[in-house]
Design a protein around this ligand. Structure first.
Ligand code: GDP
Ligand code: MN
Ligand code: MN
Length: 245
């Protein structure tokens, strides 16, 4: 695929992809949230986020814990992009307004020419829906995200349209004839991780990846991806936990 240009506000992302690749039935298009955000005008400067008292307090706390001075306006941007903060130290773990939980509400400071910050799309599944309608294939909006228990980041789906988020293997049999009772496979995350691997993280300029020849198969689908608060014991535990390092 010919390289996509640097994306700017109001660019027709679907049109730019369509000019570069002949999408086929069965393809799934994975797009980095970075370029969706740029097309949706989600670049912002720190000056747009005058710090509240709470943001100042968060920045002071982060500085005392990490030794680095954090810009309180950055903390303010995270607060404004979040429904709740699960931790304020040693980093800001935020529940975004669309339900994805990630450090700093997914606000990026890399690959953002001409601005301080790039916010995630406001509603990435709505973004995916618009792209999917324009391109007539399922679309996954991805972001690079950290994970608990392991070093290193990987791609996750933050929005999707045209396919279910997960395929449900429950009720099917393993090779031994034993019925599967638990497994619901989060296919949009698995595809997002693969696409993110191809996209890379630096200046490579590969924000769109076509998955070809993969099939959802004959399974029940589910759109449950972001855990509901009442089903999330880790979230509950974090709300009662305070960093004392
Ligand atoms: P994120 O994972 O969604 O936060 O996005 P990254 O900043 O990691 O970028 C993912 C990929 O998209 C990398 O290959 C970047 O070089 C590329 N990329 C980011 N912005 C643009 C852009 O405006 N145009 C092009 N062609 N590539 C971009
Ligand atoms: Mn990102
Ligand atoms: Mn990335």
């Amino acid at each position: 695929m010919e390289e996509l240009p640097e994306i700017s506000e109001s660019d027709d992302l679907a049109g730019l992809v369509e000019e570069r690749v002949d999408l086929e039935d069965g393809d799934v298009l994975c797009v980095a949230s970075t370029v969706v955000s740029k097309a949706e005008g989600r670049k912002a400067d720190l000056s747009a986020f005058p710090a509240s008292e709470r943001a100042e307090a968060i920045a002071d706390r982060l500085e005392s814990v990490t030794g680095d001075r954090k810009d309180p306006r950055f903390a303010q941007a995270v607060l404004e992009e979040s429904e709740a903060l699960l931790t304020e130290a040693p980093f800001l773990l935020a529940v975004t307004r669309f339900g994805h939980i990630t450090v700093n509400a997914g606000i990026d400071r890399s690959n953002v020419p001409g601005a301080d910050l790039l916010l995630l799309p406001e509603a990435p599944s709505d973004s995916a829906e618009r792209l999917s309608e324009a391109l007539s294939v399922p679309v996954i909006v991805t972001d690079t995200s950290g994970r608990p228990f392991r070093y290193g980041q990987r791609g996750v789906a933050v929005g999707w349209a045209g396919l279910s988020a997960a395929r449900d293997w429950r009720g099917e049999s393993d090779r031994d004839g034993r019925e599967l009772g638990v497994t619901v496979q989060a296919v949009v995350d698995e595809l997002a991780a693969t696409a993110n691997l191809v996209a890379g993280e630096g200046g490579g300029g590969t924000p769109a990846v076509v998955v070809r020849g993969w099939s959802f198969g004959d399974h029940a689908g589910s759109d449950d991806l972001f855990r509901r608060e009442e089903d999330d014991i880790v979230r509950e535990a974090l709300q009662e936990w305070a960093f004392d390092g």
